[in-house]
Design a protein around this ligand. Structure first.
Ligand SMILES: *Cc1c(COP(=O)(O)O)cnc(C)c1O
Length: 392
């Protein structure tokens, strides 16, 4: 047998983690790492936040699962609060980002079918996007890495560059929606989509299209607003969320305006685990912290501090760092060739800082939203030291 028991679809670092506290994770023998990856924007409040641990363990002693043919208290409470704090009128819970995308693709199709326009089913998507790993999501992502060998792919996606003129040209009578990440995560921490959101909204209104945002990575406070679309001053018709929403517990959601939600009638979509009491109890605990007065302002403050420090490293190592990118605490260092992001990520890990690579030769930096100034200083020192060794 030459295959590992853990299916090697990931190029894992040779590091086995045992426990975590706040912004730090530890191996069993006590090696300590500063975690500026946060499980790829999942551990939004760091590791084992006491309020989240309490919510989960309390619920674990009360109620694990009841199926979606009943209500649970945390489910009702979380949906009310998400509706109250977003553009949405209704929310569908699931367990992951790709499921939230899948639900969104179905909602788009159902919306037009219910409105007597079943010929409208195509969705415009973007170069550099990532939407997940299910059949619908890989068709929407459309990169060879995610689709090769998995054909025939689901039909109905038209990919364009992040450019408003390209979008206009791609619209046909079959176009139903535009699906975009306000900040591209996997694609390389690009904020370009955010810049065209107001124009996309206008275009959707003019052409009768739905605006579908993928905020699986950039939502739930990550950019310094509860959702990234708030920076653009426009609202979508539907939005997928996951990652930070459960603070480390699997929880995804599709947010919808009433007109979209109404199309998904009883029995038309479903999930066994989605919205279970444990996940929604933790989701409520995440909201308790993230929606607390001043929390998101502090994310913005810490973002400015970290960004400024990274920019000074860019000035110090102009041969290595090409650009500091991102919004809030979803940041990236774009490197110059011949420096390779994954090699730099390895070196940073050797120096006890966890990050990872994203597209366009970017080192992705995603600290917990409650990161402290001292932790930022420590991370910047490690990056400084690492770049210094590389430039020598
Ligand atoms: C991670 C991610 C997904 C997929 O989420 P999973 O929970 O891995 O299915 C979808 N869209 C974006 C923008 C993501 O970052």
């Amino acid at each position: 047998m030459t295959i590992a028991p853990i299916l090697p679809v990931y190029a894992r670092a040779d590091l086995t983690l045992d426990h975590g506290r706040g912004a730090y994770v530890f191996t069993k023998n006590g090696d300590k790492y500063l975690d500026f990856l946060s499980g790829i924007a999942v551990n939004a409040l760091g590791h084992c936040h006491p309020h989240l641990v309490e919510a989960l363990t309390k619920k674990a002693k009360e109620l694990w699962h009841v199926s979606n043919i009943f209500y649970s208290e945390p489910l009702k409470k979380l949906s009310d609060r998400l509706v109250e704090n977003s553009f949405a009128d209704t929310v569908f819970f699931c367990n992951s980002g790709t499921e939230a995308i899948e639900a969104g693709i179905k909602a788009v199709r159902k919306f037009f079918d219910e409105n007597g326009q079943p010929e409208k089913y195509r969705i415009i998507t973007f170069e550099g996007a990532f939407h997940g790993r299910t059949m619908g999501a890989i068709a929407a992502t459309g990169t060879p890495k995610t689709t090769e060998g998995f054909g025939p792919l689901l039909d109905g996606f038209d990919k364009v560059p992040v450019d408003i003129e390209a979008v206009k040209k791609a619209i046909t009578p079959q176009t139903a929606a535009i699906l975009i990440e306000p900040v591209q995560g996997e694609g390389g921490i690009s904020v370009d989509p955010l810049k065209i959101l107001p124009e996309l909204r206008k275009l959707c209104d003019e052409k009768g299209l739905l605006l579908f945002l993928d905020e699986v990575q950039c939502g739930v406070g990550r950019t310094g607003k509860f959702f990234a679309y708030e920076w653009a001053g426009v609202e979508p018709d539907l939005l997928s969320s996951a990652k930070g929403l459960g603070g480390g517990f699997p929880l995804g959601a599709l947010f919808m305006k009433e007109k979209v939600g109404k199309a998904l009638k009883t029995g038309s979509h479903g999930t066994t685990f989605g919205g279970n009491p444990l996940a929604t109890a933790v989701g409520n605990a995440v909201l308790d912290v993230v929606l607390e007065k001043g929390f998101l302002d502090n994310v913005q403050k810490m973002s400015e501090k970290l960004k400024a420090a990274l920019e000074s490293l860019q000035n110090k190592y102009p041969a290595i760092v090409d650009e500091v990118r991102g919004k809030g605490l979803l940041l990236g260092l774009k490197l110059k060739a011949p420096y390779e992001n994954l090699k730099v990520v390895d070196k940073l890990r050797e120096n006890k800082l966890l990050t990872n690579g994203a597209g366009q030769n970017v080192v992705r930096i995603i600290p917990p939203l409650n990161v402290t100034e001292a932790e930022i200083e420590e991370a910047v020192e490690i990056i400084d030291k690492t770049l210094k060794t590389l430039s020598a």
